[in-house]
Write a protein that binds this ligand. Structure first.
Ligand code: SAM
Length: 416
């Protein structure tokens, strides 16, 4: 007589509710519940969420596995359940999952695995494991050639604003993380690198910064750092999406702590329009703290920034990192050079940005040389009176050093 070692059920779930197929924490819960419904013993799980959408995950059970891959944009999930032993019924898991994902259409078929003649009937039951389930939920930000994954314990908050999908995730190693349209914006643990370098490099180069404009930056991190400087009297924060500010106030208090500071004036508006109509020669420093590349490669945008800056004004922008295969870094610098003539890239190192190489560019109307005019004594006095975590005077100077591959990118204008 022929017996099979295992039962493999392949399930196609069509016309599911889209939101059910993109919520990694809920999918993990359903897959564990399906394993329990089948009578299986769960050992551990690994689930990844991919940006912008889709989830892959596996539940390892003592009796084999359950796996799922979702395509929310197609309302489709592919699931397989492999069980062995007499005590589990994979079809009970199938019924549970059809209900959980509210599939309107579906198909499931069983394939016997490992058909062996005269297989002896198993004589023992597996013992229950004493260890608790190890959960492995992963968020993955993926571009064409590179992916960055962070382990997390679930979504703390998510909403769809008129501009973007806003999520706050609880990461295992980096505290809470703000994600906009699937792109990592910052994490509580390492945002200090980004915000200290965005803010203190220009503010300590300027002789007397009093009026500042921040474009984007609704999380409040740049504002928190700016308010450390007592000579700054007025900060305009122009953020397009009010719901980012609300989210930061509620879920990211360490970033948003100074948004209520009396010197801060919040404008909910498109920053590219704001600078077009702002009065001429208004700001000492303009910080561009927005994701994406469109505005950052627009000469018209930089012309408006130039016009709005005072004669000794400085602009700093966070820009795409220099990578061998991506033209965005040289293109952005080129667009800025058309308006400012001299542009100085500078770098910092941060684990939660793809490539790890955080990149900024600094330009001024009066062509300052950032390493030559740097008043180290003034900067040292500042760093010794504030609990900074990344910026030092040495890092300030070193950040303007340009690796040869970046120099090549800048000279040729083409990725090598
Ligand atoms: N650390 C960041 C990164 O990874 O690029 C930037 C963080 S900050 C939260 C970016 C903010 O810029 C977002 O809240 C987004 O809504 C805002 N933003 C995008 N385009 C904008 C525009 N044209 N004007 C004003 N704000 C904008």
């Amino acid at each position: 007589m022929i017996h099979a070692l295992g039962r493999h059920v392949l399930i196609e779930l069509h016309d599911c509710q889209q939101q059910h197929l993109n919520d990694v924490a809920a999918i993990e819960r359903h897959m564990i519940a399906a394993a329990h419904a089948a009578g299986a013993t769960v050992i551990n799980t690994t689930f990844h969420h991919f940006a912008p959408m889709g989830v892959s995950g596996v539940v390892v059970i003592q009796e084999s596995h359950l796996a799922i891959h979702t395509w929310p944009e197609q309302n489709f999930a592919a699931i397989d359940i492999f069980t062995c032993g007499e005590n589990v019924d994979p079809w009970r898991a199938v019924s549970y999952l059809k209900r959980a994902f509210q599939a309107q259409k579906g198909d499931a078929r069983e394939i016997p695995r490992g058909e062996i003649p005269n297989l002896p009937t198993p004589t023992h039951n597996y013992p229950s494991p004493s260890q608790p389930i190890q959960h492995n939920l992963w968020f993955t930000e993926r571009s064409d050639n590179l992916a960055l994954s962070l382990r997390h314990s679930g979504v703390v908050y998510q909403t769809q604003s008129p501009y973007q999908k806003i999520e706050v995730l609880n990461t295992a190693g980096y505290g809470r993380m703000l994600v906009l349209d699937g792109q990592i914006m910052c994490t509580e643990k390492d945002e200090c690198v980004y915000h200290e370098m965005l803010v203190h490099v220009p503010t300590l180069l300027h002789t007397n910064p009093q009026k500042i404009l921040v474009i984007g930056g609704g999380d409040g991190g740049a504002i928190r750092e700016l308010t450390r400087h007592p000579n700054i009297q007025h900060i305009d924060l122009v953020e397009i999406d009010e719901m980012v500010v609300q989210t930061a106030r509620q879920y990211l208090p360490t970033l948003s702590s100074q948004l209520n500071n009396k010197r801060v004036h919040i404008h909910i508006q498109d920053g590219t329009q704001f600078v077009k109509t702002a009065p001429e020669k208004t700001y000492d420093i303009i910080l561009i703290d927005i994701p994406g590349v469109d505005a950052l490669q627009s000469q018209t945008f930089y012309q408006a920034i130039y016009r709005t800056l005072k004669e000794n004004g400085i602009m700093v922008a966070q820009i795409a990192p220099p990578v061998f295969f991506d033209p965005n870094f040289p293109k952005t610098i080129e667009a800025q050079k058309h308006v400012f003539q001299t542009v100085h890239p500078y770098f910092a190192f941060i684990p939660t940005y793809a490539t790890g190489m955080l990149s900024f560019s600094l330009a001024s109307k009066n062509h300052i040389q950032p390493t030559q005019i740097f008043d180290e004594h003034k900067a040292k006095r500042f760093t010794t009176t504030h609990p900074l975590q990344y910026y030092t005077t040495e890092i300030h100077k070193a950040s303007f050093a340009i690796p040869p591959f970046v120099q090549t990118l800048l000279t040729s204008g083409e990725p090598s």
